[in-house]
Design a protein around this ligand. Sequence first.
Ligand SMILES: [Zn+2]
Length: 341
Amino acid sequence: AAALFAAGCAGARSPAHPAGEGGAEKKLKVVTSFYPLYDFASKIGGDRADVTNLVPAGVDSHDWSPRLQDVRRISEADLFVYLGAGYEGWVDEFLDALDPGGAPKTVEASRGADLIRLSGGDAHRHDGGGGPGHGHGPGNGHDPDRGESGNTGGRGDGHGRDAGRDFPVTDPHVWLSPKQALVLADNIRRAFVEADPDHREIYERNHGLLAGRLAELDAKARQMADNAAKKTFIVSHASFGYLARDYGLTQIGVMGLSPDAEPTAGWLREVREEAGRLGIRYLLFEELVSPRVAETLAESLGIETLVLNPLEGLTEEQLEAGEDYFSVMERNLTTLAVALE
Ligand SMILES: [Zn+2]
């Protein structure tokens, strides 16, 4: 078995990873900031890595920030994977405080992804003056010229803590487009190889499998969108802007980019009118939002609800049931197909 193992490691002799007790090699310690990165890192690391996720199961990562013990956990890791794109409001300060010469290696997974920057017109909505319908309301959201942005409606109020920040605001929900998820996975692959070059082959191979599955999901998303009778969907929390943009759909977000941003009465009326005009029958709402809020919202819009999962945190039950990025995204695509019938 020892010989097999050595062969599997391509003859890697690794002073950085000395044999621990029982002859097992020390695993790469990886900490991720939230679920999709945890899933990708786990799949790339395989049994070479010990991956832990900062945000506990069932918690929406929007409102999460690290406590002292989390900071210690990150500092003791070999590799820290975070999304960037303004998602983790706490991360810049955290990175500034890290010892530049020491551990952990860090990787911003969204680097190089095709990010959606909300224009001044979108972003203006967040300062309370214009209301969320200003500029890119649903009235013009379906217009082919503008619909390309795939991200109409909703309030450009960023992610909670970003509310007072200067424009432009980046839409952070980049992992929800399989096309962009390929970029995230590739950045994570590269970081693994840099942090632990001795096991490069393993990480490359595992990444190959992951990327293959993401490419399949990308094809499915395209097929779903191409076959859809309607091209516009209404979501409570505007987290599907990348999926919309990358596959030729238009998202109307009722609550905006931050799940707790309250819609104004005027905006609700606009969304309702648009739903009626386009014959939209469903409000898509996210799992971690209370169903009561969604029902109330759907009622005020005069439509029914369906559930999407923006993957910002799986529940304990979902994790135990073996759910992952792929099972959830497959379900999201199926649900979207229904909403777009
Ligand atoms: Zn979100």
